[in-house]
Design a protein around this ligand. Structure first.
Ligand code: ADP
Ligand code: GN1
Ligand code: MG
Length: 370
């Protein structure tokens, strides 16, 4: 179906001037849409095709996202901040739904593009990374009182690393793509770390750390930054908001943003975890969220960073073994290359874990005094 006709399901007036692919997400197809309003002004929007292979239930997904954005809008308003810039506004269709299924069965949603913003795949300065820590910490703090029972489970066991590990074991056995022989070393690295996979879920099950409402996909490119000041403006990609552990969000930011290289760097000698970036992120995050954490939870941010990095590694490697059916790939070994960077980071974090614990404890205690 023509994309202009899809847009017309959401927009009641105006003329579509252009539509261009946008951003660098691994899951959905994102387009920037420029619309000419009846008064001659133009406005920018985002049209997204939801990946229904990953998100089979658009009803639950859009329901979660609209509830959360509605809630955040109220929080921002109460703080005197601009809710139109600080959170996304989703548009309903003529039928009042926040998604549209076209004639070909594809699922679309429509939202405002926050003007004057950019997103980065890596922080350009430590200050920027500290500010993203503060932003994701504030997001968690702002949602601390959100009634979690109102949220549907968009992807079951999304960060249940133990279940991810079991799935990975099955994927290795099934070897659907026949590629297992090309990645024995990586498979062995992963299979040797079952205990790591179970560590955080066990702590949750034993109630050593609490369940919170978490974003669950806190890569730096899921924050929009002000194009002039480079300060965080709005947290996006709200598809995986669900109950989770604080270390899921902290850890995902670390695995992506505290890495010395991009997620798909081929030269592994360039890939390691930058402790100074771990430090600044922890400082920013704790300034916003530290007071609300328990000591055990603060400590889990160190181990949790390793767990989420490991989990992402087995997800990439599992997808490689399955024949690249989940993540978007640009070339045949892309998922294997990604898995390798994650495992290289895990190996590096295994060395640096004592310092990581020291850092999170230091900022945890500072936050209690503030
Ligand atoms: P994916 O699930 O594929 O990662 P995202 O929702 O993160 O999809 O969108 C992909 C990219 O598109 C983002 O990293 C960002 O650069 C851009 N983007 C998405 N939504 C908006 C928005 N409302 N305003 C501005 N840019 C956006
Ligand atoms: C996907 O959607 P995107 O590109 O922000 C994935 C995350 C992974 C990430 C790895 C719904 O995130 O879980 O950590 O790729 N999202 C989903 O880069 O699976
Ligand atoms: Mg994204």
């Amino acid at each position: 179906m023509d994309k202009k006709d899809i847009v017309s399901q959401f927009l009641l007036s105006g003329e579509v001037m252009s539509m261009t692919p946008f951003g660098s997400g691994h899951i959905n197809d994102t387009y920037k849409v420029v619309v000419k309003n009846e008064d001659g002004t133009t406005a920018d929007y985002i049209l997204q095709r939801l990946n229904t292979n990953v998100f089979p239930d658009p009803e639950v997904l859009t329901d979660n996202a609209t509830k959360v954005t509605h809630y955040i809008r109220k929080v921002l308003r109460a703080r005197g901040e601009d809710p139109e810039r600080g959170t996304i506004r989703f548009y309903p269709t003529r039928e009042g739904k926040y998604y549209y299924i076209d004639n070909d069965g594809l699922c679309w949603r429509f939202e405002n593009l926050i003007p004057g913003t950019v997103s980065y795949d890596l922080a350009t300065t430590p200050e920027m990374f500290e500010a993203t820590g503060y932003a994701f910490g504030s997001f968690m703090a702002d949602l601390a009182k959100f009634p979690a029972e109102q949220l549907g489970e968009v992807i079951a066991n999304f960060h249940h690393t133990g279940k991810r590990f079991e799935t990975f074991e099955k994927e290795v056995k099934a070897n659907k793509s026949g590629r297992a022989d090309t990645c024995r070393e990586e498979i062995d690295f992963a299979l040797a770390r079952k205990e790591l996979a179970l560590s955080i879920v066990t702590a949750l099950e034993e109630k050593k750390i609490p369940l919170r409402v978490t974003h669950n996909d806190t890569k730096i490119n899921n924050i929009l930054m002000d194009a002039v000041t480079d300060k965080p403006v709005c947290i996006i990609d709200l598809d995986t908001i669900m109950p989770g552990a604080a270390c899921y969000d902290f850890g995902d930011s670390i695995r992506f943003g505290a890495s010395s290289a991009l997620e798909d760097e081929k030269d592994l000698s360039k890939v390691y975890m930058k402790l100074e970036l771990f430090d600044v992120y922890a400082r920013g995050f704790m300034k916003a969220m530290g007071k609300a954490l328990t000591l055990e939870e603060a400590r889990s941010l160190a181990l949790g960073s390793m767990v989420i990095t490991f989990e992402t590694g087995i997800r990439f490697l599992g997808d490689y073994l399955n024949g690249d059916v989940y993540f978007k790939t640009a070339y045949p070994e892309h998922n294997l290359v990604r898995a390798r960077t994650q495992f290289k980071l895990v190996a590096d974090m295994e060395e640096k874990l004592p310092q990581m614990y020291e850092i999170v404890e230091k900022y945890f205690y500072e936050a209690q005094k503030a």
